[in-house]
Ligand binder design. Structure first.
Ligand SMILES: *[C@@H]1O[C@H](CO)[C@@H](O)[C@H](O)[C@H]1NC(C)=O
Ligand SMILES: *[C@@H]1O[C@H](CO)[C@@H](O)[C@H](O)[C@H]1NC(C)=O
Ligand SMILES: *[C@@H]1O[C@H](CO)[C@@H](O)[C@H](O)[C@H]1NC(C)=O
Ligand SMILES: *[C@@H]1O[C@H](CO)[C@@H](O)[C@H](O)[C@H]1NC(C)=O
Ligand SMILES: *[C@@H]1O[C@H](CO)[C@@H](O)[C@H](O)[C@H]1NC(C)=O
Ligand SMILES: *[C@@H]1O[C@H](CO)[C@@H](O)[C@H](O)[C@H]1NC(C)=O
Length: 339
């Protein structure tokens, strides 16, 4: 590549110097010492910025020109380029720098400051590298899938140099995930639900970041079913907690009979928790209850018992009724007893 460009340059420069001979000048060019062409320097600039490519002239009686690849931009102070973004920065006759405003990617390439002096011609060549901040132009939409599905998230970005893509799941650990433009999740599990972060970085500017929310549906599983041991005349409380996405619907049964909010009975549902309250327990209330949790992926039920004091086998649940449940109970008691 470099060799090709160099030899191409030699041809172009030769052509240019022949051209200079045609332009009336005080002193025709006699020889061109191409070996003296200096090594190429790189100038790195961000898209949209203004580039100033410096060129200094040490001999006051000089012919100078700026070239962009094969094109003459300036010959002396004559502007050949039609591009309004381009002008010269001069300081007396000693500086002959090229200014390009609002640099864009197509400006990337070689720029040559060519100086003809009485002693010898010399050129200084600069390679302008145009950088573009990483920018994500396409990212997966938020999705809802069933547990066990294969999921592919995509995140496409451009920029110069090419950005690197990183994925994280923003759960508390937020560890990096293997995946570049495409993140494959085989057999997604419920703990892989959440907010995925895609970050595109190329060190030109702050990375570009986008997010994809992934919801993983799964059927209800009843986590706890709290039975209760309650005296006659007191309030009996039974509680069921289910894990499910989407949030489950709950039903309560006494043996085979479906229960509903009625005199003395209140069913409360808060998120994935349901509470059955019997405001004034009687002998007939003791026995077997069932809570049923349902969502569109499945159904699960659990049996609970309202025990006569002294007959309970599992009252641990009742003993550790949570603080929030107490708040709920207090408000329910208020409703039931019309306070
Ligand atoms: C200019 O950049 C190229 C790659 O873009 C690199 O190979 C070369 O070494 C750089 N030249 C200088 C003088 O930094
Ligand atoms: C340099 O040359 C390229 C290709 O000919 C052109 O697209 C670009 O606008 C030029 N840039 C300047 C600053 O002249
Ligand atoms: C998920 O991907 C694995 C591995 O590529 C494949 O064996 C399986 O059949 C896929 N499952 C579904 C539901 O497409
Ligand atoms: C309680 O009721 C459910 C549903 O009717 C039933 O499946 C379960 O066997 C009963 N449990 C007891 C201990 O009676
Ligand atoms: C509970 O029910 C019994 C019998 O029906 C009744 O005598 C008592 O007043 C009730 N207690 C409350 C607090 O409603
Ligand atoms: C509870 O689930 C069992 C099977 O798991 C089912 O036979 C029974 O009918 C269910 N009870 C209720 C009240 O839905």
């Amino acid at each position: 590549m470099v060799v090709g460009r160099r030899s191409c340059w030699k041809q172009l420069q030769a052509a240019f110097f022949r051209l200079l001979c045609l332009i009336p000048t005080g002193f025709p060019v006699r020889s061109v010492d191409m070996q003296r062409a200096s090594a190429t320097d790189n100038i790195t600039i961000r898209q949209g910025d203004t580039a100033v490519i410096r060129c200094y002239v040490d001999d006051k009686i000089s012919k100078v020109a700026w070239l962009n690849r094969s094109n003459i931009i300036f010959a002396g102070s004559d502007k050949w380029s039609l591009d309004p973004r381009v002008d010269l920065v001069t300081k007396g006759q000693l500086e002959y720098s090229l200014r390009i405003q609002k640099v864009d990617v197509y400006d990337e390439g070689s720029y040559t400051c060519s100086i003809q002096t009485k002693q010898q011609p010399k050129t200084s060549q600069v390679y302008l590298i145009v950088q573009v901040p990483a920018s994500i132009y396409k990212v997966s939409e938020d999705i809802t899938v069933n547990e066990g599905s294969n999921v592919t998230l995509s995140c496409l970005a451009d920029g110069r140099p090419d950005p690197v893509i990183n994925w994280r799941l923003l759960n508390p650990s937020a560890e990096p995930l293997d995946g570049l433009e495409y993140l494959d999740i085989i057999g997604i599990r419920r703990n892989q639900a959440g907010r995925y972060e895609c970050k595109a970085s190329n060190d030109v500017a702050t990375p570009d970041v986008k997010y994809v929310n992934v919801i993983v549906n799964y059927p209800p599983a009843i986590k706890t079913a709290k039975s209760s041991e309650t005296q006659v005349g007191r309030m009996g409380v039974l509680q069921c907690d289910a894990a499910a996405v989407p949030t489950p619907e709950f039903e309560w049964y006494r043996d085979e009979k479906r229960l509903s909010n009625a005199q003395g009975i209140s069913i409360q549902i808060v998120g994935t928790t349901t509470v059955l309250m019997i405001s004034n327990v009687t002998e007939e209330d003791y026995g077997n209850y069932t809570c049923v949790a349902t969502n569109r992926l499945g159904i699960q039920n659990a049996s609970l018992f309202l025990y006569r004091p002294g007959t309970g086998r599992d009252i641990s649940g009742a003993a550790c009724v949570s603080h929030s449940l107490w708040l709920l109970l207090a408000s329910m008691a208020c409703l039931l007893f019309k306070c």
